[in-house]
Design a protein around this ligand. Structure first.
Ligand code: AMP
Ligand code: GLY
Length: 428
């Protein structure tokens, strides 16, 4: 079969490498793709991931048998709906279901209506009222979130009133996230380790994947601004089997049922961003898609043919499929351009790779381009250097040894990916 993957980052590269393992897949196309992905799939760089008519036309032109829509924006915009209307089989939720990520106000109200544990919150569409509320509450840090999509950067943890006022102004008045900031959610600050759980669901049953831990801040020691993610490890040692069972009963199943009751059946990968608080696991956020860079450490551990899973979800027969995972640990270290997540140069030549890869690890390309046959940087997050190991330490050692061999001007990576997980394993 011929598979088209929509998107062009490290997550899409990880999906494509896994799809390539399926004996039933003859051809993979990707739009827009990137320099590194072009070693594994035919890329269409002129078709952006949000160009719905362009993607439908491409699927028709190449006669795609299956289309996988990976990023949040086209899902929220309804790309799957349009592909389905044109007769294509797809992986990814419809717009009606993708709103679970597309609007934080929607997701908070959903959790409240169905008693799904999450941080207490209040919604504002007026900046003065938001500030007055924060001032009167006088509890810091305060958590301020833009309602809509914001490239994973729409959450501000304000340490004091000054920072909170600045955040509300940035989101609601300066509109740094555009229309995503017409409303804000102000919520209670929760504490505890974070766990990312990606789950396959066909709306009837839910099958959580192996867990992972993201490292969202730009700098070592969880300092610096929030990013799209600077590295991941799998499994997440904080996620015990007792917590898994509790999450299934109090979060995963109630969410799937709630979406069905709302007439918004979710089919695809539902991402639960959880915090294990002293009062039990709570939802920090939902994403309507595979996480990035969580996918890069989860999919290498998948043993089942991913196309079997995608087809079972499409035909709503997921409960009949047994999904198998390896016991290996996996680590992904992101190499970013110095300056990310703010401003950074592009077009810097990357050294140390042969055909985009390096032996002993898998290099998922997030922001690379091929220029005159050479790989150059084309984004903030550039590469996700990923290794499997018998345990987390082995996986991290392999990944970091490879990171040292790859270079470009002003390369930046965190040196403490997995450190907290290793400490948690050591302390039992
Ligand atoms: P989100 O984009 O919603 O995942 O938020 C980004 C990050 O902000 C999360 O991974 C958490 O580290 C942090 N965060 C979000 N909401 C809260 C909260 N209510 N309490 C504490 N930290 C939070
Ligand atoms: N790594 C977090 C996300 O994909 O939203």
């Amino acid at each position: 079969m011929k598979v088209l993957v929509v998107g062009g980052g490290g997550r899409e590269h990880a999906l494509i490498k896994k799809i390539k393992e399926s004996p039933r897949v003859e051809e993979i196309a990707c739009c827009p793709g990137n320099g590194g992905i072009s070693y594994d799939a035919k890329c269409y760089p002129d078709i952006s991931a949000t160009d719905i008519p362009g993607v439908v036309r491409l699927a028709e032109k190449i006669k795609a048998d299956f289309v996988v829509v990976a990023p949040d924006d086209p899902l929220v915009m309804g790309m799957v709906d349009e592909l389905n209307k044109a007769g294509f089989r797809t992986f990814g939720p419809t717009a009606a279901a993708a709103i679970i990520e597309g609007s934080k106000v929607f997701s908070k109200e959903l959790m409240q209506r169905y008693s799904i544990p999450t941080a207490d919150y209040k919604v504002f569409d007026d900046s003065a009222e938001a500030v007055a509320y924060i001032e009167q509450k006088n509890e810091f840090p305060a958590v301020i979130k833009a309602d809509g999509l914001a490239l994973g950067k729409g959450v501000i943890i304000a340490e004091d009133l000054g920072a909170a006022k600045a955040a509300v102004k940035e989101i609601m008045e300066d509109k740094v996230f555009g229309a995503s900031g017409s409303k804000v959610v102000v919520e209670e600050f929760l504490t505890g380790p974070e766990v990312s759980v990606l789950a396959f669901t066909d709306g009837k049953c839910v099958k959580p994947m192996v867990t992972s831990m993201d490292h969202k801040r730009a700098l070592d020691g969880d300092k610096g601004p929030n990013t799209g993610g600077m590295g991941t490890v799998s499994p997440n040692p904080y996620y015990t089997s007792e917590i898994a069972e509790e999450c299934m009963q109090t979060i995963f199943l109630p969410t799937i049922n709630a979406m069905n009751k709302e007439g918004r059946t979710f089919k695809g990968c539902l991402y639960f961003g959880l915090m294990i608080t002293p009062k039990g696991p709570k939802v920090i956020e939902y994403n309507c898609r595979f996480g990035d860079p969580e996918t890069q450490v989860v999919l290498p551990r998948l043993k089942t043919d991913i196309m079997d899973i995608f087809e079972a979800i499409e035909s709503e027969t997921l409960s009949e499929l047994n999904i198998e995972w390896s016991d290996d640990a996996c680590a992904c270290v992101i190499i970013a351009s110095g300056g990310y997540p703010k401003s950074y140069p592009k077009g810097l030549e990357i050294s140390g790779l042969t055909n985009g890869q390096l032996s002993g690890v898998t290099v998922y390309h997030a922001g690379t381009a091929l220029k005159d046959g050479k790989l150059v940087t084309s984004g903030g997050r550039v590469l996700g250097v990923t290794a499997l190991g018998r345990d987390l330490k082995e996986a991290l050692d392999k990944a970091y040894a490879a990171v040292d061999k790859i270079d470009f001007e002003n390369k930046h990576f965190r040196k403490d990916i997995g450190a907290r997980a290793l400490a948690a394993i050591k302390n039992g």
